[in-house]
Structures are given as C-alpha cells and as structure tokens.
Ligand binder design. Sequence first.
Ligand code: SF4
Ligand code: SF4
Length: 131
Amino acid sequence: MERAPVADPRELHECRQCCTFCDRVLHPAGCIDSGCQYLYLFDDEDTGGRFMGCMNKVFRAEIDVDALEGAERTRHGFGGVKMTGMPLPQCRTSVERAYDGDGEPFDCVNPAFFEKPEPLGFDSTFDLRDL
Ligand code: SF4
Ligand code: SF4
C-alpha cells in the first residue's frame, strides 16, 4: 500500500484558511530562559559575533545573540521566528496574525491551529504520575 506523503512541518505551521493568514512562531528568548539542551551557541570568527540555533531545528535561523539580548531589553522584545519543526514542551511559541480585519473573511475556521502542536511520539495523555 502506498504511504501518504509526510506533511512539510513548515506548511504545518501556516494557516491560510481565512484572510488573517496565521503563522506559528518560536520565541528564541525562551530557549535561553529554559536552559534547553538543544540550544547551541557559536562564535563567528569573521564577524566576531555570537550566534545561537536549535539542534532540533524547531527554527532554522541562526540568531545574533547580541541583537536578541538588545531587543529583549526593549518593550517589544525580540519576538518570534518562523517555526520549521515540531516544538518540544520547553519551546516558547505563539501564533502571529498577518492581517486584522472585520467580518466573515477574517472569521477563524481553524481554532485548533492556536494550540501548541505536540511533538511526534509525545503523548500528553500518558503521564507516569497517573500510574
Ligand atoms: S528545542 Fe525549543 S527551546 Fe530548545 S533550543 Fe530548540 S526551539 Fe529552543
Ligand atoms: S484566523 Fe484561524 S482560520 Fe484564519 S488563518 Fe488564522 S488560524 Fe487560520
């Protein structure tokens, strides 16, 4: 039997079902705050800058740590970057809406998109504390 194609996680994190156009994003400040084991840092000898990324590829961008820390000191913060993989429980995520509007074209028909997707193989209904 032919297997169904695996969904591209990048498309999984986009919803275009109404005119709002939503994208799931990952907040890299949360990676530092959580002390995540999948966070990596490296120094770029060419620029002298320090960059960070995710070994799990929940986001693929490599982010300038100075820019992140500078933005985090402002009122708006650094914000989010495009999510490209399945987030883990420690990942800080949100949904960004591209357009705001009134009326039916902007009515959400996919409210489940606002729930954090669960990583493959992670079943929140199975909890050792229940045993
Ligand atoms: S797994 Fe999540 S919290 Fe950890 S580095 Fe990647 S995006 Fe950040
Ligand atoms: S508001 Fe709802 S239906 Fe519209 S794009 Fe966002 S998640 Fe999709």
